[in-house]
Design a protein around this ligand. Structure first.
Ligand code: FCB
Length: 476
């Protein structure tokens, strides 16, 4: 469809048409006819507790595994920690005002488990009050609320008892979900149990790049099983306490492509995707682990008890998908794969390849593989760049093009029949990027960590303009 064929549902004054034509031309705005112009396609921004809140010793918050990990020399770039981060715990009101000024319609954030429960599992009223105030304010502002229960900040006292290697942690997680959904019932539009269990299990217990920093393949599969079990148990608590909300989980997914058309490389690429995607999605949507995973990791089968897989495969109202890049691989000559970085491709500050088609292809692939695939939200997508404020402005041209192209990939998946309901940019603010500390800036808003001054980048301004226009066209 061309720009001329756009129907303006209400006033069609010349000035309005001219303004529309002008913004349809800017480097962010989706083309006319794109599903992104529909008001029911939600556009939001995402954050996570440990990455923005700071205030790690306030109001009864207990230490998390990320406090411990980041305080361990050599684990995080430049020795950075989340102790202050964006100081959002104190600046949340201004941050929500910013969210409104940028016209975002939804906000995905996470609750810090160590803020809201003590070691005995008793509620911490001050911590809970923080999230209640936050949610109430979001509701007043008419912003849809997406709350993640676990974005990696496991209470350290639970790690001291084995963390996700201990089956009991799954039950403690369900207790936490039960408490939160009783306290916050009616304020949350969509609950997400876990953020990226792949990272918690594999980076946390399999290769040690993330907290708690253990490195053993068998640990990874067992930790994953307990994470997914915790998800299933938590989902039934959420359903019981907060029936009107949507319940889901967030998976990071990876696109693997073969370095050559050889059978061995094609199998290597498939195995890459089994390890990154099917390891999580098969148990959730088929009630079983993919057998090929254990061809890749012989002998790493987790201990699964009777009934676990039914608990894990409890129906989901939606699936959150986080997508960042693709990985080109070749066979390792045995059962696995080796990464072969492509030359001459566009990369971000993280070194990740910019590959929007991977998002489209994965979404279409999932809808074919899983006949019960629930509605999807892209719960994270974005990129890091070395953004600087110049004359009060941040021109993040690479991010603008990145977002536009990934939204176009989502649009293409929708056109191919995939039920995608919304998209959250990672992230609202520059923040503590885990093992990379503060060096990598993912925000659409720049944060000066010395002064805590926030400066919306040009990407944020263009998103805001698009959303204002979309709202106006809808007559809302
Ligand atoms: C994802 C995490 C998120 C952020 C982005 C860049 O894996 O969920 O917290 O760090 O990567």
């Amino acid at each position: 469809m061309t720009q001329d064929t756009v129907t303006l549902p209400h006033a069609t004054a010349d000035a309005e048409v001219a303004e529309f034509a002008a913004i349809a031309d800017d480097p962010f705005t989706p083309p006319a006819g794109s599903a992104l112009w529909r008001r029911d396609f939600l556009l939001g921004a995402a954050t996570a507790s440990y990455q923005i809140e700071g205030a790690v010793n306030e109001d009864g918050r207990l230490p998390s595994i990320w406090d411990t990990f980041s305080a361990t020399p050599g684990k995080v770039l430049a020795g950075d920690t989340g102790a202050v981060a964006c100081d959002h715990y104190h600046r949340w009101e201004a941050d929500l005002d910013l969210l409104t000024r940028l016209n975002f319609e939804a906000y995905r954030f996470s609750i810090a488990w160590p803020r809201v429960m003590d070691e005995a599992g008793r509620p911490n009223a001050k911590g809970i009050a923080f999230y209640k105030r936050l949610l109430e304010r979001l509701k007043e502002k008419g912003i849809r609320t997406f709350a993640t229960l676990y974005h990696w900040d496991l209470p350290q006292h639970l790690e001291d008892r084995g963390g996700w290697l201990n089956r009991d942690t799954a039950f403690r997680f369900a207790d936490y979900a039960d408490l939160m959904s009783r306290e916050l019932s009616g304020l949350v539009d969509a609950w997400m149990t876990l953020n990226e269990p792949w990272c918690s299990a594999y980076l946390g217990y399999g290769n040690g790049h993330h907290a708690p920093g253990l490195a053993n393949g068998r640990y990874a599969t067992q930790a994953m099983h307990h994470l997914l079990l915790g998800h299933g148990l938590a989902t039934s608590a959420l359903r019981a306490n907060d029936p009107a909300s949507a319940k889901g989980i967030v998976a990071n997914v990876g696109r693997g492509t073969p370095d050559s058309p050889s059978e061995a490389d094609v199998r290597a690429a498939r195995r890459f995707e089994v390890q990154h995607n099917a390891w999580i999605l098969d148990p959730l949507l088929k009630g079983e682990y993919p057998e090929e995973l254990f061809a890749l990791w012989p002998g790493a089968e987790p201990l699964v008890l009777e009934g676990d897989m039914q608990t894990i495969a409890a129906p989901l109202d939606f699936l959150g998908i986080n997508y960042y890049f693709r990985t080109n691989v070749k066979s390792d000559g045995a059962n696995g794969f080796i990464e072969v970085p492509l030359e001459g491709v566009e990369r971000t500050q993280m070194g990740w390849e910019v590959h929007p088609d991977g998002l489209r292809d994965l979404l279409i692939g999932f809808s074919r593989t899983y006949e019960n695939l629930p509605p999807v939200y892209i719960t994270e997508n974005g990129m890091a760049s070395d953004d600087r404020v110049r004359d009060g402005q941040v021109d993040d041209a690479q991010r603008i093009a990145f977002l536009k192209r990934h939204l176009a990939a989502v649009d293409a998946a929708i056109a191919a029949g995939v039920d995608v309901r919304g998209y959250f940019v990672w992230s609202l603010l520059d923040n503590f990027e885990w093992a990379f500390g503060y060096e990598r800036r993912f925000g659409v808003v720049h944060v000066d960590y010395d002064t805590q001054v926030r400066t919306p980048k040009r990407s944020a301004e263009l998103i805001a303009r698009f959303l204002a226009r979309r709202r106006a066209l809808d007559g809302a």
